[in-house]
Each structure stands twice: as C-alpha cells, then as structure tokens.
Write a protein that binds this ligand. Structure first.
Ligand code: CAA
Length: 405
C-alpha cells in the first residue's frame, strides 16, 4: 500500500492551489457579497485543463486519473465551494457520464467541447417537488417520430443560467411513471439553444453565493433520438451512475473545506490572545482544532479510497456514499467550530470562516442528503441493498494511454 501521491498528482495539486490562491482568493469575498458568479473563471479553469480532468485525451481531456479529479475538487473548495461545484456538475455529473454511457456521436459532439472547456455542462435531475425521491420527478418525454418532446421543470440546478448542455432525466414511459418503475426513465442531452428551453437564477439562497444556482423549464422541447444517452429506459441507472462521480467530487471538496477551516483556525488561534496567552493555548480551542485535523485526515482517506477503486475500474457506489456523507458532515462541524474559534470575529465578514459556514451546508443536502447516505450505508450492512452489475461501467484508469492524443 502506497500513501504517497505521485509526482503528477502533486504537480496538479500545486498548480490548482497556486492558481486559486492567486486568481480567485483576492476577489472571492467581493463576489460572495455581491452574489455574483464570475464567468471569467471558466476559461481560466479550461486553460488549466480542469474542465477536462479525468476525461481521456482521445476526447479532448487531460487523460489524468480519477484521483486527479478528487485532488482538483479538494483544492478548489479550499478557496471557495462555488469553484468545486463547477467541477462537480461539468465533469463529475455530466462529462464522465457521457464518457461511459454516451454514443460516439455524443462523445464527439458534446463531450469533446466540454472537456476542452469550449462548452459548459450541467445535470438536471432535481425538480421543485422531487429531490431525495428521484423516482418522484414529473418531467415527461413524449415520443414523436424520430424525436422526443420534453416538458417539465428542473430546480436547484448548479450553472442553470450558465451551461450550454444539460443532461436531463424524464419519464419516457407514462405507464411506468404511474407505477414508479424506474425502467420508464430516459436520459437526454438538451442544449440551451433548443426551442422551448428557458432558465433562471435562484436569488434567495444564502450560501455558495459566488456560484450560479437556478432552474430551467422545458416546454415541449424537441430532442432528437441521437441525444438519448444510453438506451431508452436506462435513465434512472444513468442518473445514479452520474451521482457516483458527482458525490465523489463533493466528498473531496468538503474535505478541502475542512482543511480551510483548520488552517484558518490555526492561524487565528496563534494571533489572538485571551487571558494573557494565545487562544491556541486554551484546551477547549485545542480540542476544536484537533477535531478538524482528525476529520480532515479521515475524510481524505475515504475519498482517496473511492478514487482508487474508480482507478481500478471497480464499483464504488458504497464507498463514495460513505466518503460524501462523512466529509460533508465533517465540514459542517469544522465550519461551526472555525466560527467558534474566531469568536465575535467569526461572526463578521472580515474573516472567511463565516463564508465557509454558509457554504458547507448545501453539500449536506445536495447529491444525496445526510439521511439518504445513512440509509444507504445501513442498507448495505443489513443486506437490504447490493450493487448489481450495470451494462456500462466507469473504465479503469489506463496509465499506458493517459495523456496521449
Ligand atoms: N449505478 C448504476 N445503477 C444503479 C446505481 C448506481 N450507482 N444505483 C442504483 N442503480 C440501479 C439499480 O441496480 C436498480 O436497477 P436493477 O433493479 O436493474 O438492478 C435501479 O438502479 C434502481 O435502484 P434502487 O432500487 O437502488 O433505487 P431506489 O429508488 O431504491 O434509490 C435512493 C433510492 C438511493 C434514495 C435514490 O433515489 C437516491 O440516491 N436519491 C437521492 C438523489 C440525489 O442524490 N439527488 C441529487 C441530485 S443532483 C443535485 O443535487 C443538483 C445539482 O446541481 C448537483
């Protein structure tokens, strides 16, 4: 067993860390306070190869392994959650799904420009009345000749007002919809430019304020058959597959947030004095900082294990769920304690920990709530849930072809 990162991994970690510290850190406070998504960040991420991380070079990506996606997620969320969210929806939920379930046409026409960062992609499963209950979506796809007409509304969609391509889930079999039989769902690629598609931004959220979150509606949007991802009826499995990659980025990202809370708390504890000593000398402050360190180390090992399984081409639904659950709950604990260590200053915007506190909560909810992951973990242990083989699976990382065109 080797716990060292490869030289390539260290280089990636370093380059993302330096870019985010140099280009994003100085302006993130203002972006956050102005509730403003900065689109200029996207071409910079593309130049770094981040929008094609873990996508094979033959489809325009960097040809790096799945651990690289986790490392990039951790480094991005160290600076701000909104950056990691871009990677989650664009690469984790969308591009890696097209890589595995998409046709050659879809890989050429959609995956390649996404991996090169020329087009931005996201994911549309959640609806106003269906989040955890993924079978409860209401969007329908009615077959008409060589196309489908999609109608419905998707909600809480990251990059809804920014993305060009949307991976959308809808019921294509209305009889199965009535019975909630998931084999009646189909996955589609929808372009913003398709007639009948409109989107908007949600202005009422109180966290991840430098990120774009919104909704989109489809009013009989015509989607050609060639944009069906996988086979008709495979949509639910494809959504769950996509979440295995999305949750992985959330786990690694939340790990970065724990580290950010830890580092900010260590710094502050050595600057601030109370009762005649640095506050780091007080045992109850030490306790909070020690907890952050144990949470960081454990969360990192959990997502690294999930990434290692992905590199081997092994199923990681269970391990990814555990990593996501643990890291997001740990980030909530770390952010709460980081504010506490900062005392009244933590309650002001002068320090970043208040932003960390507002940013951490979303991930305890999206991509499977804390409760959904608890249920999944218990069900695996009790034998009520098992992972059955699927028609398509994430390919193992093949170092011998990595990075080649
Ligand atoms: N990969 C491939 N196939 C999978 C799979 C996976 N990870 N998980 C399940 N499947 C397959 C199963 O094998 C099964 O097929 P077979 O019967 O043919 O084997 C089929 O899918 C149905 O699986 P389940 O019976 O496990 O499905 P379920 O209805 O019991 O799932 C649930 C329940 C786990 C709660 C699931 O609904 C779930 O994960 N809910 C949470 C949804 C979620 O995370 N939503 C967030 C959306 S993204 C977002 O938040 C917005 C954003 O912008 C990021």
């Amino acid at each position: 067993m080797n716990f060292d990162l490869s030289e390539e991994h260290q280089l990636l970690e370093q380059s993302v860390r330096e870019w985010a510290a140099r280009e994003v850190s100085p302006k993130i406070h203002d972006l956050d306070r102005q509730h403003r998504f900065d689109p200029a960040i996207l071409p910079q991420m593309a130049d770094l190869g981040l929008l094609g991380v873990s996508v094979p070079a033959e489809y325009g990506g960097t040809g790096t392994d799945y651990i690289s996606l986790g490392l990039a997620s951790e480094e991005l969320e160290y600076v701000d959650t909104s950056l990691r969210v871009i990677l989650s929806v664009h690469v984790g939920l969308n591009s890696l799904t097209l890589l595995v379930w998409g046709s050659e046409f879809q890989k050429e026409h959609y995956l390649r420009p996404q991996a090169q960062g020329r087009k931005i992609a996201t994911f549309g499963l959640t609806e106003p009345a269906a989040g955890s209950d993924a079978r409860g979506i209401q969007t329908v796809a009615v077959k008409k000749g060589d196309r489908y007409l999609l109608s419905g509304e998707k909600m809480w969609i990251s990059l809804a007002d920014v993305a060009d391509h949307f991976l959308v889930f809808a019921w294509s079999d209305l009889e199965k919809k009535k019975r909630r039989d998931p084999s009646g769902m189909t996955a589609f690629i929808v372009e913003r430019a398709f007639k009948g598609f409109t989107s908007g931004t949600l202005g009422e959220k109180w966290g991840i304020l430098a990120g774009n979150t919104g909704f989109f509606t489809m009013n009989e949007v015509e989607v050609p058959d060639e944009n069906v991802v996988g086979r008709p009826g495979e949509g639910f499995k494809i959504a769950m597959f996509a979440l295995d990659q999305g949750r992985y980025t959330v786990a690694a990202g939340a790990t970065g947030l724990v580290r950010a809370c830890r580092d900010a708390s260590v710094k502050y504890a050595k600057e601030r004095t109370a009762f005649g000593v640095e506050i780091g000398r007080h045992q109850l402050v030490k306790e909070m900082i020690a907890q952050m360190e144990s949470d960081y180390q454990a969360a990192r090992l959990l997502w690294l294990r999930a990434g290692w399984l992905k590199n081997q081409g092994r199923r990681s639904t269970r391990e990814t769920s555990l990593a996501k659950w643990f890291a997001t709950v740990a980030s909530e604990r770390a952010a709460g304690d980081a504010v506490q260590v900062h005392g009244a200053n933590g309650f002001s915007d002068e320090y970043p920990v208040g932003r960390f506190y507002r940013n951490c909560k979303g991930a305890v909810i999206y991509e499977g709530t804390r409760e959904i992951h608890k249920l999944m973990q218990a069900d695996y242990l009790l034998g009520y849930r098992e992972d059955r083989p699927t028609r398509c699976a994430l390919p193992p990382f093949d170092a011998s072809v990595a990075g080649r065109d």
